[in-house]
Write a protein that binds this ligand. Structure first.
Ligand code: BTN
Length: 269
C-alpha cells in the first residue's frame, strides 16, 4: 500500500502545472465528483482538483457505484470551466481517457487500451473508469465540467469482489509491483492540464489518437440499453465520441454513450 499526500503529489507535478494552489488531497469523502460539483456551484475556479484516499459513495456511469477502498486506488476529480456550448464538449470523456493513457504510460510504464467510451483496460480487464458531469448556465452554456477518474493501483486479484474478479485489474497486477500513487496522481494532473490546453482547438487530433488506443473498434459487440440487447460490429468512433456500429449489412448507426453499455460478444471486452 503506497502513501498518498497533497505535499507528495504537488512535489511531483511538473513546473508548468498552473493549478497547484487549488488542489487538495483528502482522506475520506463520499465522492470527489459530488464534492467538486458543490464547489463548482459555489464558484470554484477552473483547474480546481480533489483526490481522496477512499470514497464511501463513489459513483460510476449509468447510476452504478464505483468501489473505492482505502490505500489501493486513486479517486480524483478536476473542474473545468470552458467558455463554450455543451455540444463542443462531446469529446471530453474521450479526451480524458487519452490523457489517462498518457499518465499511465508516463508513471507506470505501459499504455493501456480504451474500451469505448471511458474504461482503460489491459488484457481485457478494467483498470480505470471515468465519469464526466456537466452543469449548464441558464442560457445553456457550459457552467462547469467535472471529470472524475478512478484508478485501480495496488489491488491483488483476491481484493476484488467476486463479481469483478474476471473483469477488473490493477496496475500492480499488470506490472508486478505497486505503483507510487503520488507519482501517478501527479502524472494524471499534468496530463489533464495538457488535455485542457488542446481540448477545443485540438479535437480532431485528440480523436485520431483516441481511435488508435480504442480496442472496441473492429470488435463484434453487444449493446445494452435498459433490457434491450442489440448485436453489431463496432466500425469507428466519430469526432464527437459516438460509436459507429453496423447492426446489419449496410445499416450503420452512431451510438452515443449516455445510456448504453458495451460488451464483447463473449464477455466484458
Ligand atoms: C465508471 O467506471 O463507470 C466511472 C467510474 C468513475 C469513478 C471516479 S472515482 C473519482 C470520481 N468520483 C466518483 O464518485 N466517481 C469518479
Amino acid at each position: 500500500m503506497s502513501s498518498m499526500s497533497q505535499d507528495g503529489i504537488l512535489a511531483l507535478v511538473s513546473r508548468e502545472y498552473p493549478w497547484k494552489d487549488r488542489f487538495s488531497c483528502l482522506d475520506t469523502i463520499d465522492s470527489t465528483n459530488n464534492r467538486l460539483k458543490i464547489l463548482a456551484r459555489e464558484g470554484a475556479p477552473h483547474g480546481t482538483a480533489l483526490c481522496a484516499n477512499r470514497q464511501t459513495g463513489g459513483r460510476g456511469r449509468l447510476g452504478r457505484n464505483f468501489l473505492s477502498p482505502p490505500g489501493v486506488g486513486i479517486y480524483l476529480s478536476i473542474l473545468f470551466r470552458p467558455d463554450c456550448m455543451p455540444e463542443s464538449l462531446m469529446h471530453l470523456t474521450c479526451a480524458a481517457a487519452e490523457a489517462m493513457c498518457d499518465a499511465l504510460e508516463n508513471a507506470a510504464g505501459f499504455r493501456p487500451g480504451i474500451k469505448w467510451t471511458n474504461d482503460l483496460v489491459y488484457n481485457k480487464r478494467k483498470l480505470c473508469g471515468i465519469l464526466t458531469e456537466l452543469g449548464l448556465t441558464e442560457d445553456g452554456k457550459v457552467d462547469y465540467a467535472v471529470v472524475g477518474i478512478g484508478v485501480n493501483c495496488c489491488q491483488h486479484p483476491e481484493d476484488f469482489p467476486p463479481e469483478l474478479q474476471n473483469t477488473a485489474a490493477s496496475i500492480a497486477m499488470v506490472t508486478g509491483k505497486e505503483p507510487s500513487r503520488d507519482r501517478l496522481a501527479a502524472a494524471m494532473l499534468d496530463a489533464l492540464h495538457r488535455m485542457d490546453e488542446d481540448l477545443l482547438a485540438g479535437k480532431e487530433e485528440i480523436m485520431a489518437r483516441y481511435r488508435r488506443d480504442c480496442v472496441t473498434i473492429g470488435q463484434d459487440i453487444s449493446l445494452l440499453k435498459g433490457d434491450t440487447v442489440r448485436h453489431g460490429k463496432a466500425l469507428d468512433v466519430d469526432s464527437d465520441g459516438a460509436l459507429i456500429v453496423e447492426f446489419s449489412p449496410g445499416h450503420r448507426e452512431a451510438v452515443s454513450s449516455g445510456e448504453v453499455s458495451v460488451r464483447g460478444m463473449y464477455g466484458y471486452l
